[in-house]
Unconditional design. Structure first.
Length: 629
């Protein structure tokens, strides 16, 4: 939630800031702004409510200059989306500017004290408190102000007074922050700090970049430093120093950024979401690559950092997640219980963090997350870890907070997901959970032959997903029939029940149509009251154990005049004869049906949203990485 970008170097900062903000707009698009330090040592700030284009128009009217600057795109928490609430915010009497991601829990108390001291606030945000608080601490470090000699001395000290002032301010904050700060009188340095909200630093030639995720750095540098909680970075064009709150100066680890420019542009597609839907055959291959052993008929998951003996001793799995990742966890519950005969419980992370459930001694937690920064999932992981249980992660973002704090896990390798509504991450999570279930199953009771059968089916999966994508044109025609409906039901059983939930969520997220997902058999226990001629029911009914049961549920909807859209296996003439519209998917093993069946639901949501004129990649009220509670 919210995007930060910063630059210090030799190039005009505003060009890099605006390019970065466009790449970060999926993290927040209520308002945006930039601040630079002009050659005459003045802070130039431009900001605007609304999308990046409005900010760009403002910059065309009133350009800014300078080779150092920070930018921000906002997802509103405190205060509505207005020009005044947009970042960057100014501290003191214009001595500094900040951009902030996160939430400050005790901002009201600090704000009251600062008002009494004479500071004037221009916004309703919690973030502006940080700006004035750092300015207040800076006044204590440099009470006499600056002259040329003092500025040089401060720079020669490694900007120690600025670091002390910022550290003193941060020590007073309760909450989370990803924070970048410009100082008017020091036009060569950016200070950056994080606690619970991600920040990365890109290392270039005579230039450095700061961002809330790596996407703005693509094309500028392939060297990246992930800041950890309680770390503060001093960033100049020529140097990067990192200080930890408790450890003092720390050596930073420069990693290679694996993204390419094609990963962060639309590649000819109308929307990022559509591109990411069509990337799924390849992202599924990437998730499986190098992780299937035909010699041992099992999965290879070295990143778990637990021995086979440790894993055999596990008596219970606890899967925790939010949103789409929670739906993937439900698929994982079916998989692990079937393949490994291991009890599995799936918990909303937002509930788990405040519950005190009894956890057996040999319980293993998996936190499932695309971004690796989801605040509730991180808090749930920390709570279970605090109680001494091993914690692992299934995550898409290398270097993210959850990836760092978990003892091990499985990276998805799905590439950056920029569309706010998750698509390729969901299918990659389901694949990762299938690999996990296979691995645990082979440790327990699956035979070599059973393991080989699962591997055979998995290796066919990318081609099966590519076949499912061939229904795109037919799905667009179905969307044209139903896009004006105000309610949808999604119904499936067993492995397809979580897919029904996910299909309903996708439709809600991007088209703003009310939709509900249910186990098909539960439809009789309440939801059937919603059925009428204007409420389509989407049935997930590939061939399998419960096919006949779902067919009976379909008949019950038809008897009450409800339109039926059926997602069925190729060649299923029975369903085609009964449903109003049919979407065919290739036949796969039941444990892989969620990955194939979700494809048409993603496409259906996409086409309906486009027909309704919705902003598919930036749906209202949503942001990509939910780093607040």
């Amino acid at each position: 939630m919210c995007g930060i970008v910063g630059y210090v170097g030799r190039q005009p900062a505003v060009d890099i800031l605006m390019e970065g903000l466009r790449r970060l707009e999926y993290r927040g698009y209520d308002s945006a702004g930039v601040a630079t330090i002009a050659p005459d040592h003045t802070l130039d700030i431009r900001k605007s409510a609304g999308r990046i284009d409005r900010l760009a128009a403002r910059l065309d009217e009133a350009p800014v200059s300078g080779t150092i600057g920070i930018g921000h795109t906002r997802w509103a928490t405190h205060g509505p989306a207005t020009d005044g609430n947009a970042h960057p915010h100014v501290g003191g009497h214009g001595v500094l500017a900040i951009a902030h991601n996160g939430v400050i829990d005790n901002f009201a108390a600090i704000k009251g004290r600062l008002i009494q001291e004479g500071y004037q606030f221009q916004s309703a945000t919690d973030s502006e408190v940080i700006a004035h608080l750092i300015a207040d601490c800076l006044a204590e470090e440099l009470p006499a102000g600056l002259n040329g000699s003092t500025a040089r001395e401060v720079a020669a000290s490694g900007y120690a007074p600025l670091v002390r002032a910022m550290s003193a301010a941060l020590a007073q904050l309760n909450g989370t922050y990803g924070l970048v700060v410009l100082f008017r009188d020091f036009p060569e340095v950016i200070l950056a700090a994080r606690l619970g909200s991600p920040l990365v630093v890109g290392v270039g030639d005579n230039e450095h970049f700061v961002a809330s995720d790596p996407s703005p750095l693509v094309g500028h540098t392939d060297k990246i430093v992930y800041l950890a909680d309680h770390e503060l970075a001093v960033v100049t064009a020529d140097d990067l120093k990192v200080v930890h709150r408790d450890q003092g100066h720390v050596d930073h680890n420069v990693q290679v950024l694996e993204f390419e420019s094609g990963d962060v542009d639309r590649g000819g597609y109308a929307h990022y979401m559509l591109k990411e839907i069509f990337e799924q055959p390849e992202t599924i291959r990437n998730t499986m690559r190098g992780r299937l052993s035909r010699d041992e008929a099992t999965a290879v998951l070295g990143g778990l950092n637990l021995s086979p003996g440790d894993l055999r001793a596990v008596d219970r799995l606890l899967l925790t997640a939010c949103g789409t990742s929670w739906h993937a966890a439900l698929v994982g519950e079916y998989l692990c219980e079937e393949f490994a005969r291991l009890p599995v419980e799936v918990e909303y992370a937002s509930e788990l963090r405040y519950r005190n459930p009894p956890l057996e001694k040999n319980t293993l937690l998996f936190a499932i997350t695309q971004s690796g920064e989801t605040a509730d999932t991180l808090a749930a992981l920390r709570e279970v870890k605090r109680k001494g249980h091993p914690t692992l992660a299934i995550c898409n973002v290398v270097g993210s907070t959850i990836a760092q704090e978990a003892a091990g896990g499985i990276y998805l390798h799905a590439g950056p997901e920029i569309g706010v509504a998750s698509t390729k991450a969901f299918t990659s999570q389901c694949v990762a959970l299938t690999l996990l279930a296979l691995y645990l199953g082979r440790l327990r009771h699956l035979s070599f032959g059973q393991g080989m059968q699962i591997i055979d089916r998995l290796q066919e999966l990318p081609d099966k997903v590519a076949q499912a994508l061939e229904s795109n044109d037919a799905i667009r025609e179905i969307a044209e029939k139903y896009y004006q409906c105000g309610n949808f039901l999604y119904l499936g059983r067993q492995y397809n029940f979580p897919v029904a939930l996910e299909g309903a969520l996708k439709l809600k997220e991007i088209s703003y149509i009310h939709a509900e997902g249910y186990p098909a058999a539960e439809m009789k226990h309440g939801p059937i009251a919603l059925v009428d001629e204007n409420t389509p029911s989407v049935f997930l009914m590939p061939q399998g154990l419960v096919y006949e049961k779902v067919m009976a549920n379909l008949e019950e909807i038809r008897a009450r005049g409800g339109p039926v859209i059926a997602v069925v296996d190729e060649g299923d003439t029975r369903a085609a004869a009964l449903a109003d519209d049919v979407i065919y998917v290739p036949n796969v093993a039941d444990f892989l049906q969620p990955i194939v069946s979700v494809i048409p639901l993603q496409l259906l949501a996409y086409h309906i949203a486009v027909l309704r004129g919705c902003d598919v990649d930036r749906p209202r009220n949503l942001a990509k990485s939910v780093t607040v509670e």
